[in-house]
Design a protein around this ligand. Structure first.
Ligand SMILES: NC(=O)c1ccc[n+]([C@@H]2O[C@H](COP(=O)([O-])OP(=O)(O)OC[C@H]3O[C@@H](n4cnc5c(N)ncnc54)[C@H](OP(=O)(O)O)[C@@H]3O)[C@@H](O)[C@H]2O)c1
Length: 255
């Protein structure tokens, strides 16, 4: 039986991963800040799927918390077969902002924690000759919507680098690049989504199903749904000038 560790496993995409993996019988380790929500999720999963669930309350913007989670990830005695680096949040603060606190937290949670946990998982899995790492990036990383796009561009590029370092070791690494997904993400970041047409919204469950199929196939970049696969395919062919112009319009429409 496999064991999966999911950061941000209490809500949205992370919770959908937790339910999908519990359904197939995997043991789970959920990481998030809110201990009540961790406990609720653990009870739900144990009752519905009769799987083992461990919880770790950790704030991944704090280095000591990340180190604590990394130790669990690298444990040889209790190995982890699948790491899902998912915890994250929307970041719409201006790049000209004097207070870079929100940017700092974004970089800490969505870059530094991903780097540290990815390294810990990569080393442990390489030593065993098997394992799967999924980094939840974003289609935003292909466009130019401020700090969030820059962070997710890093996550996608980092994933490709890690996949290369682990090539031929039996360990696969996948960047999941979703479009807009209905979760708590937008409300938490105070993002007005009224101008986003229904057509562009994805459900977390089908997204995760497709991501798991892509990861099992060893795909390094996963862009679930035909809609977004086509859109991102077109985006990759467009001149960056045109991407910047589309990004400007999207930024002004979604704030
Ligand atoms: N929703 C979208 O449209 C969309 C699109 C593309 C990519 N994504 C990416 O998908 C990932 C998951 O987002 P979501 O949409 O599922 O959002 P969500 O519903 O708001 O869930 C976020 C999860 O991350 C955890 N988290 C947030 N900050 C944390 C911290 N400092 N330390 C530990 N855990 C933390 C939250 O738990 P606590 O609050 O208890 O810590 C929660 O479990 C993110 O990386 C996001 O960038 C989302």
């Amino acid at each position: 039986m496999a064991t999966a560790l999911i950061t941000g496993g209490t809500s949205g995409i992370g919770a959908a991963f937790a339910r999908a993996l519990a359904e197939r019988g995997d043991s789970l380790i959920l990481v998030a800040r809110n201990p009540d929500r961790l406990a609720e999720m653990a009870i739900e999963l144990k009752e519905r799927y009769a799987v083992d669930v461990e919880t770790i309350s950790a704030d991944l913007s704090r280095r000591e918390d990340v180190e604590r989670v990394a130790e669990r990830v690298e444990s040889a005695a209790q190995p982890i077969d699948l790491l899902i680096n998912n915890a994250g949040f929307g970041l719409r603060d201006k790049l000209l902002a004097v207070d870079v606190g929100p940017h700092d937290r974004g970089i800490d949670v969505m870059i530094r924690a991903v780097l540290i946990l990815g390294g810990a998982a990569g080393r442990a899995m390489k030593a065993r000759g098997a394992g799967t790492i999924i980094n939840v990036s974003s289609s935003s990383g292909f466009i130019a919507m401020g700090a969030y796009s820059a962070i997710k561009a890093w996550v996608t590029s980092y994933t490709e680098g890690l996949a290369n370092e682990l090539h031929g070791t039996g360990v696969t690494v996948t960047a999941l690049c979703p479009g807009w997904v209905r979760t708590e993400f937008h409300e938490r970041a105070d993002i007005d989504t009224r101008s986003i047409p229904d057509y562009f919204w994805l459900g977390a469950e089908p997204l995760v199903r497709e991501a798991l199929v892509d990861a099992a196939a060893g795909k390094v970049i996963s862009i679930p749904s035909r809609r977004y696969a086509v859109l991102m395919g077109v985006a990759r062919l467009m001149p960056r000038r045109a991407i910047r112009s589309v990004s400007r319009r999207l930024s002004s429409g979604s704030h």
